[in-house]
Design a protein around this ligand. Structure first.
Ligand code: TYD
Length: 237
């Protein structure tokens, strides 16, 4: 399948049309951004690592019955996937407090939450991705029905229930992550976007070291080695 026309360029991916209106190609870029584009850089090979990690995770989730947009990995940086109507809600799942949760609510960094927290952010860069409650999401028309918000939360929890033990067996704590969903041509809500260390936090069980984009956010270096480490753990057991 070949790219025909650039549909959209985001911070971490370019999305291309194909000859088939039901299929798109995501090209994973090496660009890195944080704090809503306030911090920018690039790391050669990062895009390919995220493409490979996302591919493995989408395939694994599909075997557990989670519907995703994934069709196939085309080459190092390109993934073929279904075209969807994007739901403009970022679904954030948290097992351990860190990042904005710690900052906004004063919960001590590293606190294991008494239950998994699922939050919604409005996917709108101009507004700085503000937090949403269900009424906000319905008033904005991001989905039509409360049922759909309930479904997003349920799917996010199911995905967490699969990913958390999967990564723990590989020596990684899944601290938090961000998911995006869309509606396919039949109106089904499916998982889209990517699952990678750009939008998940992984802490090594033994050392507590971050193996994710926090290395960039905190200016620690070693980002590529950390992402390779995550990919190797996924591939090797
Ligand atoms: P969060 O702590 O809310 O934000 P920040 O990255 O600003 O500290 O992030 C929670 C998780 O969700 C984390 O794994 C990063 C991911 N995330 C994204 O991928 N994109 C986003 O726009 C946001 C806000 C979070």
């Amino acid at each position: 399948m070949e790219k025909t026309e650039l549909l959209y360029e985001g911070k971490a991916k370019k999305i291309w049309k194909t000859k088939d209106e039901n299929l798109l190609i995501s090209e994973f870029k090496d660009d890195l951004t944080a704090f809503n584009g306030g911090m920018k850089s690039s790391e050669a090979g990062k895009g390919a690592l995220n493409n490979k990690i996302s591919t493995e995770l989408f395939k694994m989730l599909a075997t557990k019955g989670v519907p995703t947009h994934f069709v196939e990995m085309l080459d190092d940086n390109n993934m073929l996937h279904k075209a969807c109507e994007v739901i403009l809600i970022e679904v954030i799942v948290r097992n351990i407090a860190t990042g904005s949760l710690t900052k906004n609510l004063g919960i001590e960094d590293g606190t294991v939450l008494p239950f998994t927290l699922v939050e919604f952010d409005y996917k709108n860069d101009a507004l700085g991705d503000p937090k949403l409650n269900d009424q906000h999401a319905l008033i904005l028309g991001l989905v039509k029905y409360q049922d759909e918000l309930d479904k997003l939360r349920r799917m996010a929890r199911e995905i967490n229930d699969i990913l958390k033990p999967y990564f723990f067996e590989k020596g990684l704590k899944l601290v938090d992550f961000k998911l995006e969903f869309g509606k396919d041509k039949d109106g089904n809500i499916i998982l889209i976007d990517e699952i990678s260390p750009d939008n998940c936090r992984f802490w090594d069980v033994e050392s507590g070291e971050s193996l994710d984009k926090d290395r960039f956010r905190k200016g620690k270096g070693g980002l590529k080695v950390a992402y390779e480490n995550v990919l190797n753990r996924i591939l090797n057991n």
